[in-house]
Design a protein around this ligand. Structure first.
Ligand code: SAM
Length: 243
């Protein structure tokens, strides 16, 4: 079905399936983003997906599924840890220009790409930081200051929660974008989540528009302050995940 639709139609109709009304400006911004992604992907490794329809579905619409599943409050402060080529943070900003977004990635070349995207798309209230989550999570301006942290395809859950939860304010949420079959990962992270001051709120199962691939959103709620010793030194969460 998706084969007969243009990139713009996929974005528009896929957005409707996710209960989003993406206007003409948003669709144009997605077009420009896709063009920049393909152009820069010739020079640096950003994505293995190079078919435009697949970019629309597997990167852009996939990034937006959260908006159809949880309430993301107006002007809320969102951090995307390990954003890579901007997923899910930039699609979220395009679909919801009111959001205040911070993108974090440890690879300088990807950060340069993200700066170019923000500049060309003239996005406001969005910043990019080059660095590791383990370091930035201790910066006073970031620590426990976000309403929502998101991460897609960055690490296994016990590692991911140590990267993300220190950024979330008490009462805020961390949402991990995952594929199907997350039970084991979620179980393995249970002690770490408690130690970092959060609770599992919900594991939502959903589907990608058009291709019906299964996706999970694992939603954590911060209930207490994260102890100051977390996140541990760079590399340690991955080497010795909290258990
Ligand atoms: N979230 C994007 C997506 O869904 O396409 C990128 C996924 S890519 C597989 C993982 C990204 O996380 C890489 O760009 C990598 O540089 C970044 N990353 C991994 N560990 C990190 C850390 N500890 N702090 C910051 N960024 C990290």
């Amino acid at each position: 079905m998706s084969k007969n639709l243009t990139f713009a139609e996929l974005i528009k109709q896929g957005g409707q399936e996710l209960n989003l009304n993406l206007d003409k400006k948003a669709v144009l911004l997605f077009e420009t983003y896709k063009d920049l992604l393909l152009e820069w992907n010739q020079k640096i490794n950003l994505t293995s997906i190079t078919d435009v329809n697949e970019i629309a579905i597997k990167h852009f619409l996939d990034s937006l599924i959260i908006l159809g599943e949880i309430e993301v409050k107006v002007q809320c402060r969102v951090v995307d840890i390990g954003t890579g080529a901007g997923f899910p943070g930039i699609p979220l900003k395009i679909a919801r220009p009111d959001l205040n977004v911070v993108l974090v990635d440890s690879l300088q070349k990807r950060v340069a790409f993200l700066r170019e995207v923000i500049d060309k798309l003239q996005l406001k209230n969005i910043e990019v930081y080059h660095g590791r989550a383990e370091e930035l999570g201790h910066y006073p301006e970031f620590r426990e200051s976000f309403d929502l942290a998101v991460a897609r395809a960055v690490a296994k859950m016990p590692v991911l929660v140590e990267y993300n939860l220190p950024f979330v304010r008490v009462g805020g949420q961390f949402v991990a974008f995952k594929g199907p079959e997350t039970d084991e990962e979620v179980k393995l992270a249970a002690n770490a989540v408690f130690e970092l001051g959060a609770e599992l709120e919900e594991a939502k199962e959903t589907y990608l528009p058009f291709i019906r691939d299964r996706r999970s959103l694992i939603i954590y709620r911060k209930t207490k302050h994260t102890p100051p010793k977390y996140p541990r030194k760079p590399g340690l969460p991955e080497k010795k995940p909290l258990g």
